[in-house]
Design a protein around this ligand. Structure first.
Ligand code: 5GP
Length: 214
C-alpha cells in the first residue's frame, strides 16, 4: 500500500471546458437523510444525472457497486489522483471519496444537469473548477435526531457513530457557506423544496438562452 502523504489541490486544471448544464452540489452530515432525499428528487426530475462517487470504504449492507458508489481499492484511488482523474476528492472518516471529472464534463457538455452528493472539502474543490455550481446544504432537525437516525440505521459501530456525530457538528458549521439550506424534518417537504430550487435554476437558464436568441 502506498503511504505517501497526499492532499487535494486546487486549480491544477489548466484547460477551459465549456459547460452548459447546471451542477447542483448537495452536502449534509451523514444521517441527515440526504441519500433518500436525493433518490426521491432524481426519480421525479427528468434529465438530472447523479454523479456516482468512488470510494475506498467497504460497501454497507444493501449497497451496490455502480449505483451507490464505485467501490475501489486505495491503490486504485491513489493512481487516479496521480493521473488527474478526479474533479475533486477528499478523505472522509478515514476513507477516500472522489468524483470523476470525465463523467461531470460529459453530462454538463451535453447540456444536462448533474447532482453531486459530496462533503464540504469536495464542495470547495468543485466550486474552484465549476464556478457556477449551485450549493445546497441539508440539515437534520437537530443533533439528537441525527444521532437517533444513525443508530436506527444499524450499519455503523458505536465508535463510527460517535465519529460521525463529531464530524456532523463540524460539517454543520459550514452551512452558511452554501447558497441554499434545507431542513430535512419531513421528507415530502424537503423533496419539494429541493425540486423547487432545481427548477428555479433550470428556468433561469432557459430564459437567458431565449433572450440571447431573440
Ligand atoms: P458515506 O460513507 O456515509 O456514504 O459518506 C460519508 C461522507 O462522504 C458524506 O458526507 C458524503 O457527502 C461524502 N462523500 C460521498 N461521496 C463523496 C465524494 O465523491 N467526494 C467527497 N468529497 N465527499 C463525498
Amino acid at each position: 500500500m502506498n503511504d505517501q502523504k497526499i492532499s487535494p489541490s486546487f486549480s491544477n486544471h489548466k484547460e477551459k471546458i465549456c459547460h452548459n448544464g447546471n451542477s447542483f452540489i448537495i452536502s449534509a452530515p451523514s444521517g441527515a437523510g440526504k441519500t433518500t432525499l436525493c433518490r426521491a428528487v432524481l426519480d421525479r426530475t427528468p434529465n438530472l444525472f447523479y454523479s456516482v462517487s468512488y470510494t475506498t470504504r467497504k460497501p454497507r449492507k444493501g449497497e451496490q457497486n455502480g449505483i451507490d458508489y464505485y467501490f475501489i481499492t486505495e491503490d486504485d484511488f491513489k493512481n487516479r489522483i496521480k493521473n488527474g482523474k478526479w474533479a475533486e476528492w477528499a478523505e472522509v472518516y478515514g476513507n477516500y471519496y472522489g468524483t470523476s471529472s470525465e463523467f461531470i464534463d460529459k453530462v454538463l457538455a451535453s447540456g444536462r444537469d448533474i447532482l453531486l452528493d459530496i462533503d464540504f472539502q469536495g464542495t470547495l474543490q468543485i466550486l474552484d473548477r465549476y464556478h457556477e455550481s449551485i450549493t445546497i446544504f441539508i440539515m437534520p432537525p437537530s443533533l439528537d435526531i441525527l444521532k437517533l437516525r444513525l443508530e436506527s440505521r444499524g450499519t455503523d459501530s458505536k465508535l463510527a457513530i460517535s465519529r460521525r456525530i463529531d464530524a456532523a457538528e463540524k460539517e454543520m458549521k459550514n452551512k452558511d457557506f452554501y447558497r441554499h439550506i434545507i431542513i430535512n424534518d419531513k421528507l415530502s417537504v424537503a423533496v419539494a423544496d429541493l425540486i423547487s430550487i432545481i427548477e428555479k435554476y433550470r428556468t433561469q437558464v432557459s430564459h437567458t438562452s431565449i433572450q440571447q436568441k431573440l
